[in-house]
Each structure stands twice: as C-alpha cells, then as structure tokens.
Design a protein around this ligand. Structure first.
Ligand code: GLN
Length: 284
C-alpha cells in the first residue's frame, strides 16, 4: 500500500496531536516544516513509514517529543536534548528575559548559571550578550556533555561550562548576576508521574524539603559570590514565590521581587546583594 505524507499524518492523528505528528514526520524524513507542507502528496518509502510509525507509537506511549527528535526550541535557538537533561520550557524564557534586561549590551558582565542542564539559559544569554562572561555549572557529567555540545553547535565561545555542586569551588564576590532554574518539585508531587516529567531526570526536577532544598541552598550562599550590586534570579514552582521572597529577605537581599510568567503564575523571584549590610559586616 502506498502512503502519502498527508495520509501518514492523518493516520497518526488518532494517536498523537497534530503538531506533534508533523514534528515526528519532519524528523523521520529529515525535512523542515515547509517541505512537509509543499510535498503532502509525496509517497513515503517503507523505511520512512516504519520510522514514523514507531515514533508515533513511542509518543503515544508518553515519551516526550523533544527526546524523540533530540531537540527543542528555546527562546530563539534550538537545543540538543537527551533524557539526561530537562526539556527547556517556555516559562523559563521569563528567567532569560529578566537576566538579559540586567546585562549590559556594551559592557562586560560576569554571569553564573547554576544547574545548567542542556545549557538553554546560559547559552541563550551568552548568544545575546557576546560581551558577557558566562559560567555554567552542573553536577551531572551527561548534562555537561550536552551543554558543551550545544555551545559548539551554536558557535558560542563566551561561556565556560564546568562540573560543580551549586556554588562549591567558585570565587567569592565574582558574579554580577547569578541565575538558576533549580529542581523545585516536591518529592511525591503527583506531577512527577504525569506527562513529560515521567521521562525527565528526577535529579533536575525534584528537591527535598517540599521542593525547596536547592532554592534554600542557593539563596543562602549566593550573596558571598555576588559582586557589589549583583543580582540573583531564580525560577520556582507556582506556589513558591512567597517563601522565595522570604528566604531572599532572610539572606539580606534588597529590591526583592517576583514576576509572573505568561500564564500569570509568579515564576521567577530575585533580589540584589545589599552592599550596605556587607559594609556594616566588614566593619564589625
Ligand atoms: N517547571 C517544571 C515543571 O514542573 C519544573 C522545572 C524544575 O524543577 N526546575 O514542569
């Protein structure tokens, strides 16, 4: 039986959604969206059809499209992703926007991304602020390989990707901006058993203490690593904005704020190092 592109897409619709079917077929045929649209009457060969049908079956069994096709768009770039890293999410673009608005275009600036994963945040910032010196840290060797591969694929050189446990081993008073999308889902949260999260690395998603262990650690230690006037920006869960602002206040941050994502959920909180407090401390 001869199956056209249009027919294959139609057959897939009972198992996966329309847009996902197109992404999977593009990947199976190694073509772009425009080709698919312009060649809907092309006949698929046996191997192409088999590859596509297998992808559709895996997707309908729950595997994330980003892992099946090995990449995901984030901001204005395309990142390689594997099950070793979290799939970059649209809400994390808010963290990037807020970071970019704090990084000068025509001046150097030292930026630190903690728990970089695929490197989506660090590399997007590096690309948009070529004068910034970005350090990207992750604990997972597999994630570091993906981040390095992404830096290479995107031709980004103003980033240093290194192994590390949060701020351990970094220099004090060094960074003008520290950003992170740390794991913040509570252990036992039912969302971990739903959708894409089932396939994502739990080390990148889940944190102890109601999902706050990593956020607490970063907020407590970040002031020592920030340069004078430096800022901290953290992505967090839908119900963690209040506690994040409270923790930032306890760590003597000033200009503390929370910002909503496109869905109206307070998603990023941050503040600035209080240099007056540090000056007082230095005099004691
Ligand atoms: N926002 C993600 C989710 O719950 C979690 C990402 C994270 O833990 N950093 O889908």
């Amino acid at each position: 039986m001869q199956v056209t592109i249009a027919q294959a897409l139609q057959d897939a619709h009972c198992l996966v959604d329309h847009i996902e079917a197109r992404l999977l077929l593009q990947y199976a045929l190694n073509v772009d969206a425009a080709f698919l649209a312009a060649h809907s009457d092309d006949i698929l060969n046996h191997e192409q059809l088999n590859t596509f049908q297998l992808l559709v079956m895996r997707r309908s069994a729950g595997e994330p499209v980003a892992y099946l096709v090995g990449e995901r768009e984030f901001y204005d770039l395309t990142f390689k992703v594997t099950p070793a890293v979290l799939i970059p999410r649209p809400e994390t673009e808010l963290l990037v926007e807020l970071a970019l608005s704090r990084i000068p275009v025509n001046q150097t600036c030292k930026v630190l991304d903690l728990g970089t994963g695929s490197g989506a945040i660090a590399l997007t910032i590096s690309k948009h602020r070529p004068l910034a010196h970005v350090t990207a840290v992750d604990l997972s060797p597999d994630a570091l390989s993906i981040a390095r591969l992404n830096a290479e694929r995107l031709g980004i050189h103003n980033v240093q990707i290194r192994a590390g446990n949060w701020l351990d081993g970094l220099d004090h008073d060094e960074f003008n901006l520290i950003i992170s999308n740390p794991p913040y889902v509570a252990q036992g949260d039912p969302h971990l058993d739903q959708g894409d999260l089932r396939f994502e690395p739990h080390i990148a998603l889940m944190a102890l203490n109601d999902g706050l262990a990593c956020i607490r650690h970063i907020i407590a230690h970040a002031p020592d690593f920030l340069a004078a006037g430096g800022g901290l920006l953290l992505e967090h869960g839908y119900d963690q904005a209040t506690i994040c602002r409270q923790l930032l206040a306890e760590s003597n941050f000033i200009n503390i704020f929370s910002c909503p994502d496109l869905a109206g959920i307070l998603r990023v909180s941050g503040g600035q190092r209080d240099d007056r407090a540090l000056a007082t401390k230095a005099h004691c």
